[in-house]
Design a binder for this molecule. Sequence first.
Ligand code: PHE
Length: 340
Amino acid sequence: MEIEKILNEISEIENEAKKMIKEITDEKGMEEWRIKFLGRKGKINSITSKLPQIPQELRPEIGKRINSLKKTLINLYNESIKKIKKEEKFENLSFPGKRPKIGTLHPLTLIIREMTDIFFKMGFGIVTGPEIENDYYNFEALNTPEYHPAKSFWDTFYLNEKEKILLRTHTSPVQIRVMERMKPPFKIIAVGRCYRRDALDASHSPVFHQMEGLMVGKDIRFPHLKGVLTYFLHQLFGSEIKIKFSPSYFPFTEPSAEVSISCIICNGKGCSTCGYTGYIEILGCGMVHPQVFRNVGYDPEKVTGFAFGMGVERIAMLKFKIDDIRYFYQNDIRFLNQFG
Ligand code: PHE
């Protein structure tokens, strides 16, 4: 009697467990099921604890049955949980994904965009030129012959010394390339990488960027140059800055000038950035030299023009208050993430 009861109980447990497991759809349900049947106080253990109540000689047989049921339930559990996990994983595909990290624009890209936008507003077009140049475009056409002392300022890397193929030292050769192709009047800017044989330190880099400007037409005069650059610098740094034009020298402009702005770090009071002068030199400019016009086949009696060139890193450093040029090229994301 006792035996029949226990055998009945075993098959009831099996039926109940099989019936229940079919309805379970998630891991939480599976855990409840496991506790109910296979847990420490579960049905398998409770029926096992009844073994001593049955006659000794029948215990092995009943024990075997209980064990086999336990195995069956463990297998059932493993199968079901595998299926459920797979389904949950599949379901997870519809969850919102992790957002991929999107990089930021490089500070030099940002400043170039800002600078070009100001010139676009004044109707300038944008052009590019090769970084690999020859002596003619980089020096000679710009009225800087071989023996010229100014040439040593622009010492560079030669790719082929015999043919004088070099890495351009400034964006000014683009002036020549544009004038060879275009008829005045026009106004353009050119941006790009330049190279010089400078050792890398906080304010020098053998690779850097320049922005060049050139406007040529009838009756273009110094006040036009002054107006364009004043508008540009006020737009970029704010109309409260002071702008100073001082006489300077470039072989390809005459007269030439150097433009300084009141130091934006100390507001002109004097600090280490401006060398305690209150002013920071920011670009070179001048009226295009008649010889440069002759070199490209223009008649300097009929057309005049102005040109300017500035270092992009310099401007970015002032604008973003960066005190070391090397940050631009180190690709340190702690630096880069602060922009854009
Ligand atoms: N090319 C000059 C430089 O690299 C800058 C400049 C450009 C000066 C155009 C005058 C006119 O220093």
